[in-house]
Design a protein around this ligand. Structure first.
Ligand SMILES: [Zn+2]
Length: 232
């Protein structure tokens, strides 16, 4: 993949995320490592919506959180990205957003339960960052988020939002949407009353393996990309 390919995919990811209600008035952000240079990453600029990323306004940042290229401002919460990238060389893309249902579940302090198919994509667990409701504007706070994120693909930031990491940008986008769907269903199910027993762990893990296949993420991402362009 060329640097321009990665930037184009970041633009597409932004359209999909905005269409999925992940924007929160420009406050969400998405990044992807620069192809061939894992010590730098492209990121959506501050003050723009997910659906306003362009080849011109993308910013390039390093692992200290410094902007090394681009005229647009960078997000103050960049340390969520730098600290997870440093801790997890396997991850090439990170998304942080404030989706309603995930924030609501995070406010309960309860874990994500295996109540739906999208929840099974997180059968390996979801991290829980509980230190502050505030913006993650310092490196030590980012390190705290990275610690809570651990070996997972996602973490709740209690009363604040979610952070999702992907081996690919496609995976990060699809898991961000699936996490919000899983949280919405959990709230509905728990509101409905007493729940029947969950399926056995081995059933959940079988579905987890199916949902974790990279081609699943690509198929879903490409569909959402076509839909986003039709609606633009
Ligand atoms: Zn935030």
């Amino acid at each position: 993949m060329t640097p321009d390919d990665a930037k184009q995919k970041l633009i597409t990811a932004g359209l999909i995320l905005e269409g999925a209600g992940q924007g929160d008035m420009t406050r969400g952000h998405v990044s992807v490592r620069v192809p061939g240079d894992p010590s730098r990453f492209y990121m959506k600029p501050h003050s723009f919506g997910f659906d306003e990323i362009t080849m011109d306004n993308i910013v390039t940042c390093d692992m200290d959180g410094k902007k090394v290229e681009g005229w647009a401002p960078r997000h103050s919460e960049i340390f969520i990205h730098t600290e997870i990238y440093k801790a997890r060389p396997d991850i090439t893309s990170i998304i942080h957003s404030h989706p309603d249902h995930a924030v609501a579940v995070s406010a309960t302090g309860r874990p994500l339960r295996m109540l739906s198919q999208p929840s099974a994509a997180f059968a390996d667990g979801v991290g829980y960052y509980k230190d502050t409701i505030d913006l993650i504007r310092r490196e030590d706070q980012g390190a705290g988020v990275a610690k809570a994120f651990g070996t997972h693909k996602a973490a709740f930031l209690k009363n604040h939002g979610v952070v999702v990491g992907g081996v690919t940008l496609e995976e990060a986008v699809i898991l961000t949407i699936m996490l919000e769907n899983a949280c919405r269903i959990q709230i509905l199910a728990e509101s409905a009353g007493d729940l029947a027993p969950e399926f056995p762990r081995e059933d959940i893990l079988e579905l987890y393996n199916k949902l974790s296949r990279p081609e699943q993420h690509t198929v879903n991402f490409n569909y959402l990309a076509r839909r986003a362009r039709r609606q633009k």
